[in-house]
Design a protein around this ligand. Structure first.
Ligand code: ADP
Length: 191
């Protein structure tokens, strides 16, 4: 299967878990801007130095930086087979930039999978994750802020992609295997 997909959902909705599974199953790369940015911070590159403060505060990094990352990443040969964008786009301008880029490449998105999870469940999940992964942005007040940032800046993408008839809703509160089955069902329907 070749598919160009976006996984959309609030922090803690399970995007990363589902993207990793799809990558293993369909052999198409997961492109996670959060992972790329954290790797840059850990490596101390100029990009990393530029974005560290945003990540630590739970704020979005400037659109131009992540759009550049995606432009370069989509030029890599492995994404010819398809891609799963995880954590990008996160703002309307990012979505518009992605549309422009994909139209240049003549490969429109096949679908945007939106993992729906209520705020209470997100807070529970992320506070558990905080206990194990030691991410600097998994402190309680930063977690709550990341969810607010999602609601303000990223949730408008739900309508953006609904208007393009690309949006597919997935109930993300269910166990990971059930979410995975729901995603597979959607992908089958894409043909
Ligand atoms: P989560 O979805 O759990 O918050 P991510 O790993 O996707 O985790 O993102 C972590 C942080 O990386 C965000 O809070 C933000 O600072 C930055 N980031 C990731 N993707 C983007 C993006 N597309 N635009 C702006 N900032 C981003």
């Amino acid at each position: 299967m070749a598919a160009d997909l976006v996984l959309l959902g609030p922090p803690g909705s399970g995007k990363g878990t589902q993207a990793a599974r799809l990558t293993a199953k369909y052999r198409i790369p997961q492109i996670a801007t959060g992972d790329i940015l954290r790797a840059a911070v850990d490596a101390g590159t100029p990009l990393g130095q530029q974005v560290k403060a945003y990540l630590d505060r739970g704020e979005l990094v400037p659109d131009s930086l992540v759009v550049d990352i995606i432009r370069h990443r989509l030029a890599e040969p492995d994404s010819k087979q398809g891609f799963i964008l995880d954590g990008f786009p996160r703002t309307v301008p990012q979505a518009q930039a992605l549309d422009a880029l994909l139209s240049e490449l003549q490969r429109p998105l096949d679908a945007v999978l939106y993992l729906q999870v209520d705020r209470r469940s997100l807070l529970d999940r992320l506070s558990h994750r905080a206990a194990v992964d030691q991410r600097s942005d998994d402190r309680p007040e930063i977690i709550a802020h990341r969810i607010d940032v999602f609601l303000e800046q990223t949730a408008p993408l739900i309508d953006y992609y609904r208007q393009q008839s690309k949006l597919r809703l997935i109930d993300g509160t269910r166990p990971p295997e059930e979410v995975a089955a729901a995603i597979d069902e959607v992908l089958r329907s894409l043909g």
